[in-house]
Design a protein around this ligand. Structure first.
Ligand code: NAD
Ligand code: MG
Length: 330
């Protein structure tokens, strides 16, 4: 006998007013998808801020964040993580109705206690596993991007339903909803971007480029070998895991992978990954990042400039100009 779970719908939010604070990558796609799912959405932004004009052009009522919060039954906090603590204190804390829901797309501030939510509200999380533009385009096609959801605080007994309804409104329920908690979402998200996706991958590319160029090979050839072709490999991983990658690369590439991969990323690398994870788990990373942000980003700016000045960026810009299809995707 089939015991299919009832489809997840937006029903739990049908009578709710939803305030979206922030109208960037996530904010805009959330606002548009929720409205197209039949929900009542207003947008809260600083007058004259960078994205207020876009939200108005999209047909939304735009009011100051504090005003949007006063009207709302659910407030989605979709500004950059580092501005959320001040936004919470200045616009949310005194204005949010009791029993309303406060929703985040990343658990950073709640988990690391840079925001301490009031005790009389639901606190939930819905994190689409994709950038904002994909959340929007998949929704428009009639599909959805899988979403993680979590409950941190449940005063109404309906927090979980609200999170699932919000994820359904984004289109996530058409794909997959996975329940998690704030700790797991926050720590794994930070680890992934630091060790593998952003930090690990960019460092691997730069060091590979430097190795070839220092050995006398031309930078344009090195660029193609260690950066450009990475996309072909990542596409295979994305579509079918390492299994698919192994099916599509040559036997020579496979043998080289097996014998040389572990010489580059070895047991010592894994030990350092564990150290990175520990800094995330014990709050060291959050403490350092918050202090860096408050100090006006002195190291962040220095590190960023070094990345922008790396020789691979110069040769890359030149080579990409000749690849017309890349310019069309800007
Ligand atoms: P973003 O930088 O694209 O957009 C930020 C928005 O906040 C803009 O509309 C900006 O004008 C507004 N804003 C900036 N400072 C403000 C302030 N002081 N007061 C009010 N509004 C202000 O941000 P994003 O990348 O969409 O991230 C939003 C949240 O979503 C974050 O918690 C992030 O961790 C999470 N998230 C992002 C992604 C992603 O792919 N970008 C994926 C999952 C979760
Ligand atoms: Mg780097």
């Amino acid at each position: 006998m089939s015991t299919a779970t009832p489809a997840v719908t937006t029903a739990a939010l049908e009578k709710s007013k939803i305030a979206i604070l922030g109208y960037g990558s996530q904010g805009r796609s959330h606002a548009l998808n929720l409205r197209d799912s039949g929900l009542d959405v207003i947008v809260g932004l600083r007058a004259g801020g960078a994205t207020a004009a876009t939200a108005k052009a999209d047909g939304f009522t735009v009011v100051e964040p504090a005003e949007a919060v006063k009207q709302a039954d659910l407030v989605a906090v979709l500004t950059p993580d580092m501005v959320q603590p001040d936004l919470y204190v200045n616009a949310i804390e005194k204005n949010l109705k009791a029993n309303a829901a406060l929703l985040f797309a990343h658990g950073f501030n709640v988990h690391f206690k840079t925001i301490t939510p009031r005790k009389d509200i639901d606190v939930i999380l819905v994190a689409p596993k994709g950038p904002g533009h994909l959340v929007r385009t998949e929704y428009e096609i009639g599909r959805g991007v899988p979403c993680l959801y979590a409950v941190y605080q449940d005063v109404t007994g309906k927090a979980r339903e609200k999170a699932m309804a919000y994820a359904a409104g984004l289109g996530g329920a058409r794909a997959l909803l996975i329940e998690t908690d704030f700790k797991e979402e926050t720590e794994t998200d930070l680890f992934g971007e630091q060790a593998v996706l952003c930090g690990g991958a960019s460092e691997l590319v730069q060091k590979g480029f430097e190795t070839l160029v220092e050995a006398g090979y031309r930078p344009e050839i090195a660029y193609y070998e260690v950066l450009h072709e990475l996309k072909l490999i990542v596409d295979l991983l994305y579509q079918g895991g390492i299994t698919k990658m192994l099916t599509f690369i040559s036997e020579t590439a496979q043998y080289g992978d097996y014998v040389s991969g572990p010489r580059i990323v070895d047991a010592a690398t894994k030990e350092r990954m564990k150290a990175v994870l520990k800094d995330i788990q014990d709050g060291t990373f959050a403490k350092n990042w918050t202090a860096e942000y408050k100090a006006g980003l002195p190291n962040y700016k220095k590190f960023k400039q070094a990345d922008l000045d790396h020789p691979i960026e110069k040769i890359g810009a030149k080579l990409r100009e000749k690849m017309v299809w890349l310019n069309q995707q800007k």
